[in-house]
Design a protein around this ligand. Structure first.
Ligand code: SF4
Ligand code: SF4
Length: 391
């Protein structure tokens, strides 16, 4: 494989947030303290890739996505080069490279564009939805007459299909990058054994890491270990993730089993699941914002604009959803819920569009990288990094 050297790589990554990384003099402290160093060796190798311009090796590094930014490496760096922040910036850079539209790059590197695009999208979706308004009743709260539910469902499905397509292109580009950089499995094992190994890798990825947060829990940073479990980073991340899964399940249940437009009691399974999932989502995002605001933890000391925008967007979706729920059970009718419904649906649509373009994409890219890592381990396949950089 030929090695492409990109002499502007380091300065480009700095635009994504790795502002102090030039101070690195390759001592290796960060690799020594990283709790995930073992199967993989980082972050020093990733920093070397950036320093020598090995772009293909960098964006094809599974290790970028294995890092969950505990901040231990930044704490011990003798040069204050912030290697943890470098890893986050390199992930943004890789994500922008996987995005074929170039929009992700503009969003990460031009903060005002990120804000403006989100505002424009929310406004556009709100105007689009309002165009289907069927009149407003003030003697009762008739949300799905004000905005026909079928409009939300059809536009949601169309949008989801477009986003899923963009995400699949991103997945293909990421997989190709990893394959190019590390000689992905060309296993000598029989097809049946290979199938078993792949299934085992998928099982370990989903069960241990995605649902169980194994590395997150077992390799916590010192700051987190001193906190009660409900304030720790892994728990916060789990509440946000399970909140999303629950809300997705509640929406699907609602779509499949509820007669269109019908009012349902709070104990209705889909409503109950949606409410509990909303509580989890709000808890996780509120805590994440407070920690970023206080900057007490090492991993929250530096926040990129894109980190804040995504959190604010998710929080706004959750909060507006709760207000709508309160309105649905309020007497007399809470007619302020009409514009709120438009805003809520527009925010959800914006969040969906952000899936392949923002940090939100890590819900797809991180499990994929973990899967490739596990697959290499399960099959005992040697993954050969680019020879140009040592660990
Ligand atoms: S980032 Fe810091 S700890 Fe890591 S190799 Fe560079 S100087 Fe050493
Ligand atoms: S932030 Fe944590 S997991 Fe990521 S490279 Fe540094 S020490 Fe390792």
């Amino acid at each position: 494989m030929s090695t492409r050297v990109d002499t502007s790589l380091l300065s480009e990554i700095k635009q994504y947030g790795a502002i102090d990384i030039e101070a690195c003099f390759n001592c290796g402290n960060c690799t020594a303290v990283c709790p995930l160093t073992g199967d993989a060796s980082f972050p020093r190798r990733m920093i070397r890739y950036a320093q020598i311009g090995a772009k293909d090796a960098l964006i094809g590094s599974k290790e970028l996505w294995l890092c969950y930014y505990c901040g231990e490496c930044s704490k011990t760096c003798p040069r204050q080069a912030e290697p943890g922040e470098f890893m986050a910036a390199a992930r943004r850079y890789a994500l922008a490279e996987y995005d074929f539209t170039g929009i992700a790059k503009a969003m990460f590197t031009i903060p005002w564009f990120n804000v403006l695009l989100n505002l424009l999208l929310v406004s556009f979706f709100a105007v689009f939805l309002l165009a289907f308004n069927q009149g407003t009743a003030f003697d009762k709260l008739a949300l799905w007459e004000f905005l026909p539910e079928v409009v939300v469902q059809i536009s949601g499905i169309v949008l989801f299909a477009i986003v899923a397509l963009a995400m699949m292109v991103g997945i293909a580009r990421m997989t190709r990058s990893i394959a190019n950089a590390a000689h992905l499995p060309i296993s000598a094992s029989a097809r049946g054994e290979r199938g078993q190994a792949w299934c085992k890798a998928a099982w370990l990825t989903v069960w241990q890491q995605v649902l169980g947060h194994k590395d997150y829990r077992e390799d916590e940073c010192e700051e987190d270990r001193s906190k009660p479990w409900f304030l720790r980073k892994w728990f916060r991340h789990a509440t946000i993730m399970f909140g999303f899964i629950g809300l997705f399940g509640a929406t699907a249940l609602d779509f499949l089993f509820k007669p269109l437009g019908a009012w349902v009691p709070l104990y209705y399974p889909a409503r109950l699941l949606g409410t509990l999932s909303g509580v989890l989502l709000m808890y996780g995002t509120t805590l994440a914002m407070m920690i970023r605001f206080r900057k007490q933890d090492r991993y929250a000391a530096q926040s990129h604009v894109s980190d804040w925008l995504l959190l604010v967007l998710i929080w706004s979706v959750g909060f507006s959803g709760f207000l709508l729920e309160i309105a649905a059970y309020s007497r007399p009718p809470a007619t302020w819920a009409y514009p709120l419904l438009i805003l809520h649906v527009a925010l959800v649509m914006d969040l969906l569009v952000m899936l392949p373009l923002s940090k939100f994409a890590h819900i797809v890219y991180r499990p994929l990288a973990i899967y490739h890592q596990k697959r290499g381990n399960v099959e005992s396949i040697e993954t050969i990094p680019m020879g140009a950089a040592s660990t």
